[in-house]
Design a protein around this ligand. Structure first.
Ligand SMILES: [Zn+2]
Length: 98
């Protein structure tokens, strides 16, 4: 694997982990019917995910360069337009059809 590709894979893993932490505190949520769809739940704070990450540091700490690296990724995922929807697009589309 090339160095750029390797870096991208690493970033993807960090973003996935950050997403799981945000889902863990209810800031983001996963659609019950479409698990690939993640959207903003408007629960909790981004800081709650930082705390969750810190509390799991012994398990997940090795994924990050340091704690700052973790909070930077959590913040970036929390602010990402990818998850800025208020609900699941697919579910909304299906409801509109009914
Ligand atoms: Zn859905």
């Amino acid at each position: 694997m090339g160095i750029v590709k390797q870096h991208m894979a690493e970033e993807e893993g960090k973003n996935e982990l950050a997403k799981d932490l945000l889902i863990g505190v209810g800031y983001l949520t996963r659609c019950e019917r479409h698990e690939e769809i993640v959207y903003r739940a408007h629960n909790g704070e981004v800081e709650d995910a930082y705390k969750l990450g810190n509390s799991k540091w012994t398990q997940i700490g090795s994924a990050w360069a340091d704690r700052r690296d973790m909070t930077d990724h959590i913040k970036a995922v929390a602010e990402s337009s990818d998850y800025a929807n208020d609900g699941c697009e697919i579910c909304r589309g299906q409801m509109a059809k009914d």
